[in-house]
Design a protein around this ligand. Structure first.
Ligand code: ZN
Length: 235
């Protein structure tokens, strides 16, 4: 008998779960279970893989706009999940840029900008800026993400649209994770500007002003008082 967590939730009949001769990823051989991620008959996620997947998404910082896409993964509707993710990114781009275009052209136009080659100044700002484009790394980021988005629509999106995907869970999960990466960037969370350590010499007045949470402000005061006491003792 198969345990419930290794059985198809739709009740498909599967061969008994027993240890079989198996090659491991390090090249050695032995006897172990060959478990299915999803049911080979109906394609439903096995209960144990559904549980692990949910645990993964608990720690993964998925963009909230993709909540519906993930629900479709949990329902083992992998292709619909990927399509939902494409639509979410496309609508996000449309809304943020105000352009009435689709896919590839939309991404190409929404993120493009012009630099004056002589002065290095920004000649035309992008409709959607991922960062302030003040140096070359930041401009490379903007350009790179633009190309990735163009490719995202030209490649995977079109393949899914025309059903040219032998879609398993992994492909669709990749699409959702990629979509989340893009959405965070489109929110202005540049990968050059994520959390960083604050140097000891900083403008604490400014930091205090930019702290939305009262508890954090209180902690900052506490930290500064502690630091002042420590310095006094040392001198
Ligand atoms: Zn099944």
């Amino acid at each position: 008998m198969r345990k419930k967590e290794y059985s198809c939730p739709n009740g498909c009949s599967l061969p008994p779960r027993r240890k079989e001769l198996k090659q491991f990823s390090d090249g050695t051989y032995g006897f172990d279970f060959n478990d299915f991620t999803f049911c080979p008959c109906c394609g439903s996620l096995m209960p144990y893989s559904l549980k692990k997947l949910k645990e993964f998404f608990e720690v993964y910082d998925l963009h909230p706009a993709l909540a519906d896409a993930v629900k479709l993964i949990y329902k083992s509707e992998f292709e619909s999940a990927a399509r939902e993710a494409f639509v979410t990114v496309e609508n996000y781009l449309k809304k943020k840029s105000g352009l009435d275009l689709h896919g590839f052209d939309l991404a190409a136009k929404a993120l493009s900008f012009e630099i004056d080659k002589q002065s290095g100044e920004l000649k035309r700002a992008p409709l959607i800026a991922i960062n302030d484009l003040r140096n070359e790394s930041k401009r490379n980021e903007q350009d790179g993400i633009r190309y990735m988005l163009m490719g995202f629509f030209q490649g995977p999106r079109n393949l899914y649209q025309h059903n040219h995907i032998g879609s398993g869970a992994s492909n669709s999960i990749s699409v959702i994770i990629e979509a989340s990466f893009f959405l965070h960037l489109l929110d202005g969370h540049s990968i050059t500007q994520n959390g960083r350590w604050i140097p000891k010499k900083a403008d604490y007045q400014e930091i205090y002003q930019k702290m939305p949470k009262r508890i954090d402000r209180w902690r900052l005061i506490h930290l500064l008082k502690k630091r002042a006491r420590y310095l006094k003792k040392k001198n």
